[in-house]
Ligand binder design. Structure first.
Ligand code: GLP
Length: 247
């Protein structure tokens, strides 16, 4: 596990974007694993900027997103598909047919989870996966639990995640309570993983993720077992590591 601390959100975003840009340059038909949330927005802004500057070509790139709310699709501006279109796909030369987000409106969610898992396999797996992290240590929508969830599955969101997501919805009743999410096993099969985090609310969980016990109570702690993980944080999210590890 490599932990890089940056002075601020901008620097964190640029460093993460550089890794994704390098991947696209080295392997133009790569499979990028993408994430939603407020954290990756700056990373996507850099990728868009470098595409516009003629540095990046996404014409052969394929993408798979981590998760989607059950009951939402691109017609909802709170869906993760909508987020990806508006924050990245609409601004680069990617073929939308090559972009994949779980279908939150699939009539049979169990069948959708199987389809998504098979799709990732058929693409040859994920070259580099971007992750944010929830305040409780969730990655994608793998919530703290008594066991690690292996494959893409349906998730019942925890109260703390529902509360954290409420800021994006008009009322509490509108906040989805369920999601389709890649499992920890799916994420761990990515060849390379980049996790980004910023702000003081993420400080304790970044310490736990990097230095705490490997436990399904902190889903991100599973990343300690992956051979190629880079965690990029700003100064605030690094604070607990700095305090406890003396740097
Ligand atoms: C949601 C997403 C996660 C994301 C998390 C943190 O729960 N499913 O993939 O990492 O939010 O979001 P933010 O980046 O806004 O803190």
């Amino acid at each position: 596990m490599k932990l890089i601390h940056c002075k601020d959100y901008q620097e964190m975003s640029k460093k993460a974007a550089e890794i994704f840009a390098a991947q696209v340059i080295l392997k133009p038909d790569c499979v990028l694993g993408l994430a939603t949330g407020s954290t990756p927005v700056g990373t996507y802004e850099h990728l868009i900027e470098w595409y516009k500057a003629g540095i990046l070509d996404f014409s052969q790139v394929k993408t798979v997103n981590l998760d989607e709310y059950v009951g939402l699709d691109e017609t909802s501006d709170q869906s993760y598909r909508y987020f990806m279109n508006h924050n990245l796909f609409d601004h680069i030369n990617i073929d939308k047919a090559n972009t994949n987000v779980p279908n939150g409106k699939a009539p049979d969610i169990a069948a959708e989870t199987d389809r998504y898992e098979a799709l990732i396999k058929s693409l040859g797996g994920i070259d580099v996966q971007l992750l944010g992290i929830g305040n409780n240590g969730h990655i994608a929508f793998n919530e703290p639990h008594d066991a690690f969830d292996g494959r893409t599955h349906e998730v019942q969101l925890t109260e703390s995640t529902i509360q954290a997501n409420a800021r994006f919805f008009a009322s509490m009743d509108d906040v989805p309570k369920r999601a389709v999410s890649m499992g920890i096993g799916t994420i761990m099969q990515a060849r390379k993983i980049v996790l980004i985090a910023n702000g003081p609310k993420k400080a304790d969980i970044i310490y736990e993720t990097c230095f705490g016990p490997i436990t399904p109570n902190v889903p991100a702690s599973a990343l300690q077992l992956h051979p190629d993980v880079t965690i990029i944080v700003d100064e605030d999210a690094y604070a607990a590591v700095a305090a406890k590890c003396g740097k």
